[in-house]
Design a protein around this ligand. Structure first.
Ligand code: HQG
Length: 179
């Protein structure tokens, strides 16, 4: 596959496995897994098992995983589907985590903290460079430092996805360093 074909398939899989399996009549199980054979018989989308394997293995953010015998595939994070339970285990975060956003959202974030919007969680990065990439999707990035360990110690759960994205339910403004 060319890089362009891989990107197209990754975007398609993100859309289907995180948000709209119904768009192609696919069923996800309670933990977000789709049957690979069902996915391969998607009408009007021509891709093979080898293409899926290549995207799972080489995807820049490791967005997708197979189960052990490669009969099932799921997205590692980013779901808006409320019914998917990734069975993430709560983990102790580092002292700081980072969130990349843009200036127009800052007044709202100061008031209400970071909100998960349409997704299941607020997404956080373990380093600034990754947060810069996340924020750059929307424009000139602004990087917020999150006092994650303090927040954890105040009783809030943090999770880490299989591809290393830190997740939590909500970040109150008091734990955000805006400077
Ligand atoms: C903002 C990509 C106003 C928040 C990335 C963000 C990530 C608020 C946007 C993953 C707000 C939500 C997720 C508030 C938060 N008022 N705006 N109170 N609280 N926001 O896409 O973190 O490529 O749902 O700053 O790499 O940007 O898809 O979240 O700008 O890991 O694999 O509301 O998506 O991964 O946007 O990105 P998103 P995100 P993939």
């Amino acid at each position: 596959m060319t890089e362009q074909q891989k990107k197209k398939l990754s975007k398609f899989l993100s859309y289907i496995l995180r948000h709209h399996p119904d768009a192609i009549g696919l069923k996800l199980d309670d933990n977000g897994w789709a049957n690979v054979n069902d996915l391969l018989s998607t009408p009007n989308m021509r891709f093979s098992m080898e293409d899926l394997e290549e995207v799972v293995a080489t995807n820049d953010k490791k967005r997708f995983s197979f189960n052990a015998d490669k009969t099932k595939i799921r997205a590692n994070q980013g779901h808006s589907l409320k019914t998917v339970d990734l069975e993430l285990k709560a983990q102790t975060p580092p002292k700081f985590l980072y969130h990349g956003t843009v200036a127009k959202f800052i007044p709202e974030i100061r008031l209400n903290g970071l909100i998960k919007m349409s997704r299941q969680h607020v997404h956080l990065s373990k380093d600034r460079d990754t947060a810069v990439k996340v924020g750059s999707r929307r424009g000139n990035p602004i990087i917020l430092s999150i006092r994650a360990l303090d927040m954890h110690n105040s009783g809030k759960d943090f999770f880490i996805s299989d591809n290393g994205v830190w997740l939590t339910d909500h970040i109150p403004a008091e734990f955000i360093d805006f400077t």
